[in-house]
Design a protein around this ligand. Structure first.
Ligand code: NAD
Ligand code: UDP
Length: 343
């Protein structure tokens, strides 16, 4: 006998899918702040391939022209060199607000600038949205949960952040960015979306990014020791960048304005990552333990129930497949830099 509730559930799910597809076939004029960075440049690729007219605003602090150079000259692409700490006047209908250094060494390099970018910069972007009536998606982070006491982390968790520690310039500034988004929504009727992004990896990560995937892959490729900070039992859950891009686009075009976690719940200890990466590259590196970094979150794994229910989204790329793509990219980058050094 057919289960009516189950059928209704399926219809509901399909309707949501169709709505998402319809929303995505309408041509939009998105601005991507931080679009020359790692995640932003993959988002640029997807949106341009879908026929949208994309404007990138980036000051190239951690981003590179190389990440988007294949689009330069394309009629639907524009690249603006601009620091979002200063106001900007452009005409767009959606804003993916990604501008901010993301890796701990990058955001700790100039903590005050990190805070300015995520607070003053976000005010400028929300002000722009108010002026032109655009919808804004804020790229928030799992770091708003700090060193979490709840595992896995649902969106309802308020977090456990040290407000004066070395990571605070990023964590607290992102928390303020979220607060700003909802203040503008309430006070100025701006349409906002908030993605809480968990650790993401893939091609176009920086070589000197200092994050665990880029460090381990480069160390393994160069036959150097793989450096695990601390005891190595701390965990992370890594999502491949194309999965994230898919989630960001779905969230932007959904009608849900509260924060949504976007991440892969496939959780591993850092020790395990070291072994997995070493095995995928050549098994030649030694895995060594270095002193722990201050305030290192001990575990992190997203609860993605909300993204599944609201966006019909879940990550698809398996860790091994994503890592193989990333290793291929870094191998190419090492060869390229060797080549430029020789010439
Ligand atoms: P990234 O460093 O590769 O990209 C950030 C981009 O922002 C760069 O192109 C940089 O030049 C630009 N930028 C920085 N400050 C700017 C400013 N003041 N004005 C204009 N442009 C500026 O980092 P990413 O990994 O692509 O991260 C993108 C966004 O996603 C960030 O907001 C980050 O906080 C968020 N996020 C990323 C991850 C991750 O694992 N990659 C996890 C959580 C959140
Ligand atoms: N880490 C490590 N070796 C490295 C780089 C990072 O063991 O060479 C650890 C780091 O201490 C943390 C985890 O890997 O526990 C993830 O660090 P990352 O900087 O990539 O991102 P985070 O999630 O801390 O922002």
């Amino acid at each position: 006998e057919p289960d009516v509730a189950e059928i209704l559930d399926k219809i509901n799910h399909l309707e949501k899918k169709i709505k998402n597809l319809e929303a995505r076939t309408v041509k939009t004029y998105p601005d991507i702040t931080g679009g020359a960075g790692f995640v932003g440049s993959h988002l640029v690729d997807r949106l341009l391939l879908e026929g949208h007219e994309v404007m990138v605003v980036d000051n190239f602090f951690t981003g590179r022209k190389r990440n988007v150079e294949h689009w330069i000259g394309h009629e639907n692409f524009e690249l603006i060199n601009h620091d979002i700490v200063n106001p900007i006047f452009i005409e767009v209908d959606q804003i993916y607000h990604l501008a901010s250094p993301a890796s701990p060494p990058h955001y700790m390099y100039n903590p005050v600038k990190t805070i300015k970018t995520n607070t003053v910069g976000t005010i400028n972007i929300l002000g722009l949205a108010k002026r032109v009536g655009a919808r804004v998606l804020i790229a928030s982070t799992s770091e708003v949960y700090g060193d979490p006491e709840i595992h896995p982390q649902p969106e309802s968790y308020w977090g456990h952040v040290n407000p004066i520690g070395p990571r605070a310039c990023y964590d607290e500034a992102k928390r303020v960015a979220e607060t700003l988004a909802y203040a503008y929504e309430k006070q100025e009727n701006i349409e906002v979306r908030v993605a809480r992004i968990f650790n993401t990896y893939g091609p176009r990560m920086h070589m000197d990014d200092g994050r665990v995937v880029s460090n381990f892959v480069l160390q393994a490729l160069q036959g150097k020791d793989i450096t695990v900070y601390g005891h190595g039992k701390q965990t992370r859950s890594f999502q491949y960048v194309t999965d994230l891009v898919d989630g960001l686009i779905r969230l932007m075009n959904s009608n849900h304005s509260l924060p949504v976690n976007l991440g892969n719940p496939d959780e591993h200890t850092i020790d395990e990552f070291a072994i997995i990466i070493n095995n995928l590259v050549n098994k030649n590196s030694k895995i060594v333990h270095k002193p722990a970094v201050e305030d290192d979150p001990q575990k992190r794994k997203p609860d993605i129930t909300k993204a599944k229910n609201i966006l019909g989204w879940e990550p698809k790329v398996l860790l091994k497949i994503g890592l193989e793509e990333t290793i291929k990219y870094f191998r190419g980058e090492l060869q390229r830099t060797k080549h430029t050094e020789r010439n």
